[in-house]
Design a protein around this ligand. Structure first.
Ligand SMILES: [Zn+2]
Length: 405
């Protein structure tokens, strides 16, 4: 728990966030219990959710590494703006991360890895989590700009965590394409076993339509390495030009033959429809249009992480209905998100008829001990109008390990 720093000039906004924090601390936060009880391990619903699925093929394709660099060896960095009430949104986000991932003060780096390795050890053998490195924001000349960055997770650190726990993790590199050494860095990451590339275009200042990306796309295509790219609004890492997250911008990558996984299926936000006079539409509508273009069938994919957020159920329903898309969807947890209690509630899905009443107490109990097991179990149980996510959505290993064959 971060200690509250002194602040002056308390605003209404700050007071509101202080209230939220107090509410969370009074029983609405994650208790982060350790050791899934036998009653849950042997629960009939636990058997049901793992039935007919091969755990050795289940790779969670979207998970974040949280760290402050306090281990002295990780190189992880987070902006000090997260520690002050002058930036209440960042500060509340940090608190969410700390609680959601069970971080301990003064050992954030090591407690993050320790907790996630423990959670992973409770999953059936072979289950893996793909951990994201996270690139600095860069300027137009390809130089890193710390002042514009919210956090940074070096590629080497992500690779190191995998080397320490190869049975639990894979890693995803993050490299800015404007860097003078971008191609060398990409080749190195590939040689070190990175299974994909992660971009958050707005906060890293990457225009996917820029000719400065062309060579990078060519190399990714040669290596058959997919880009997992954020599209639509970004709430967790604010700042930058949100137009860079427009799904239509990804055409440049796709036309270069690069496989693209659009994070969260663009479930949040609005974008300009460049095809129709720049009118503003939901980002999801643009994602859907691209998914329905036959020429992108083998190139464009979506990850379903964060589609279970309390305000995204309309997208989730749409995704469940579109069974013609299901073979192009990949599961991701967006860890530590499933550990952030107020943002995802199984009770809401029960109210909306997507979970049965008897699922809710099981899911609520599992979540107190293991948010990644909870995320998997809930998505396996979700139904809408008789449709559910097929096992292929969870068995993503073939898609990401393909480049190593
Ligand atoms: Zn994410």
């Amino acid at each position: 728990m971060p200690k509250q720093t002194k602040y002056s000039g308390a605003s209404a906004l700050t007071n509101a966030f202080t209230g939220i924090k107090a509410w969370l601390e009074s029983g609405h936060s994650n208790p982060n219990l350790a050791g899934l009880p036998e009653t849950l391990k042997n629960h009939p619903l636990m058997h049901q959710v793992w039935q007919g699925i091969d755990p050795t093929k289940v790779w969670d394709c979207h998970a974040h590494i949280i760290g402050s660099g306090d281990s002295g060896t990780s190189g992880a960095w987070a902006t000090p703006r997260m520690d002050t009430w002058r930036h209440p949104i960042l500060k509340i986000q940090k608190w969410f991360h700390l609680n959601g991932a069970a971080l301990e003060a003064n050992s954030e780096d090591t407690s993050f890895v320790k907790r996630l390795a423990h959670l992973s050890s409770e999953m059936p053998a072979g289950y893996k989590t793909m951990l994201f490195a996270f690139e600095w924001a860069h300027d137009e000349a390809g130089k890193p700009v710390k002042a514009d960055s919210i956090f940074h997770i070096p590629n080497d650190y992500a690779a190191k965590i995998v080397a320490q726990h190869p049975q639990h993790f894979e890693w995803v590199a993050s490299i800015h394409p404007y860097r003078a050494d971008a191609i060398d860095a990409l080749e190195q990451a590939h040689a070190q076993g990175a299974v994909a590339m992660k971009w958050l275009a707005s906060s890293m200042n990457i225009d996917p339509a820029s000719p400065k990306c062309t060579k990078f796309y060519q190399k990714l295509q040669q290596l058959n390495m997919p880009i997992i790219t954020h599209v639509g609004r970004e709430s967790a890492v604010p700042g930058g030009d949100l137009n860079f997250n427009n799904p239509l911008k990804a055409r440049h990558m796709l036309d270069a033959g690069v496989r693209i996984v659009m994070a969260h299926c663009a479930s949040d936000g609005f974008d300009k429809d460049y095809d129709n006079g720049n009118q503003v539409v939901t980002s999801f509508e643009l994602f859907a249009r691209m998914m329905d273009m036959p020429e992108y069938e083998g190139l464009l994919f979506g990850d379903i992480s964060a589609t279970t957020l309390f305000n995204h159920s309309w997208v989730l329903k749409h995704i469940l209905q579109r069974d013609d898309w299901h073979h192009r969807l990949h599961n991701g947890t967006d860890y530590p998100l499933p550990g952030v209690f107020p943002l995802i509630t199984s009770r809401q899905f029960q109210r909306e008829g997507m979970l049965a009443a008897e699922h809710v107490p099981f899911l609520q109990e599992v979540r107190k001990y293991n948010p990644i097991m909870f995320d998997f179990a809930m998505k396996r149980l979700l139904r809408f109008e008789g449709k559910q996510l097929p096992t292929s959505v969870f068995e993503t290993r073939g898609f990401f390990s393909n480049q190593r064959l």
